[in-house]
Design a binder for this molecule. Sequence first.
Ligand code: ACM
Length: 630
Amino acid sequence: MRAIFLFILLTCALATLSAQNIAIIPQPVSVQPLKGKFALSSQTAIGYSQDAAKPVADMLATKLNTATGYRLKTQRRGQIQLSLNAQPNSTLGKEGYILDVTPQGVKISANEPAGLFYGMQSLLQLFPAAIESKTAVKKSAWSAPAVRITDYPRFGWRGVMLDVSRHFFSKEDVKRYIDEMALYKYNVFHWHLTDDNGWRIEIKSLPKLTQTGACRVQRYGKWGQFEAPGIDEPATDCGFYTQDDIREIVAYAAERYMTILPEVDVPGHSMAAIASYPELCCTKDTSIRVNPGSTFAEWYDDGTFKMLVDNSLNPSDEGVYTFLGKVFSEIAALFPNPYIHVGGDECYHGYWEKDAGCLALMEKEGLKNSHELQSYFLKRVEKILQANGKKMIGWDEILEGGLAPEASVMSWRGLEGGIEAAKLGHNVVMSPNDYVYIDLLQGDPIVEPDQTSYKRVRLQKTYSFEPVPEGIDPKYILGGQANLWTEKVPTIRQAEYMSFPRAWATADIYWSPKSAKNWPAFISRMEKHMERADFAGRNYARSAFDAIVTASLEEGKLMAQVTTEIDGLDVYYTLNETLPDAYTPRYSQPLEIPEGPVTLKVVTYRNGRPVGKMIALPREELLRRAGQKK
Ligand code: ACM
């Protein structure tokens, strides 16, 4: 009896131990740790029960072989077996899977190959972090804890957006980004292909879009502070994707069960198109050039703005619809996604309001204001898309002046646009900037690479995001995205730094059950994924480990308060120009900052080891934070 009791106790203890080793992102629906582990060997074979399962089996073999140096083969039967269900399991849907790991073998079953692909990603995350290595790692054992996982996504639209206009990303970089997101079960790559700063897609019937629109004058330094282009200055900073490149990337994404949502941002954000074809805008100003990151707008505190250069297409010009017909028919032929994103955001109407053609059109169509004129434009664009077999999605400004009949809305200025669209019975993708804009600062500006971001979205804020607002029928919420604008993201390494860990948080939000949300548990999984990223050579930010310093003035005294996003960190500080460490004072209550040229320096530790960056805040900066100085 005693022996049985001890055996049960030991089994439970072992299962708990392996549960601690299981750190899957996104968190699966159900994880049941079992006793023992599966050990990979150079003799392991990867089986595929049906031909349709072979591509995933081959991908798994390539990945395992790269890191282990083994030469595992794929064949009909193996110790790791991938099978499509003969009878669909209704719980799993199109993307779900069951992953069984036992000491004898591994079985992944799913209704569709996409489910096998996601099961493979979870399996890989059970192996040691070194499995992410791009070169063979010498290791005595490659094993995965025994477990039964049943898993399927909460949302069918799990997207990430990359802006390739503000900075161009090579074909290889785009593939790398797609790869990194597919690991985390994203299934939509939203490709922001055109904007004021570059037109990045070849349109064969409109060659100037890339001959002129894909090039701008070269500038170095701080985006937004660049000089405007000189009239005759050569435009040497170029980049675009040929249609062959696009087809290659679409196929690459499809192999990873990711669909590409192309965006052509109109009628605003069109300076690159206008630089190529000036007749498309009201002013027909032939001096307009592709913007290199110099300021051309004034933004006001009430959220309105003025474009000092005309960057909007002219909605009263039939030539504009002919132009868009050409653009969208070529785009529709390149991308299998049922949707095309047409932008619709931040369009300045000032030039329309002064244009005789626009005024005449408004009169003729009975349009009461420029919002209705934009709505007229978008309804025409929707018809163009429909004629090409596509559905329209746009940023939430497309609601203004009346939503096009079948349009879906991507809500970015908050949740409100999404709520309004869902109430009207339209589909919605949620990507509110104050939660999931991963271009925004994620830590203290003093120590982040981009100090001038207009807002901050810390990891915990991102993780707190709930895409289905109270009282809204969830059937209208297709899912959500994390969006990376790239004004200040010139390289793929920086794109990774901005994306991770926040895109790990959004992976959980869009895949995992709402009830699985647990911040400390996410942080512990995140840390394991940082280790994996290290092996993969993938960049990420550790900003969530940094201290958060605020300041206030209390009875004339300057006080500094320090908190952390992550529990269990110790903050050490100095006020005497030395570096803080575990032997300098430990922060326990708000600090009074003495008069004089004092700098508060803080650093975070955990279990006696530094985990965050040092943040140094001169008294002046603390006063500014206390609201005393701009
Ligand atoms: C946007 O961020 N302008 C959609």
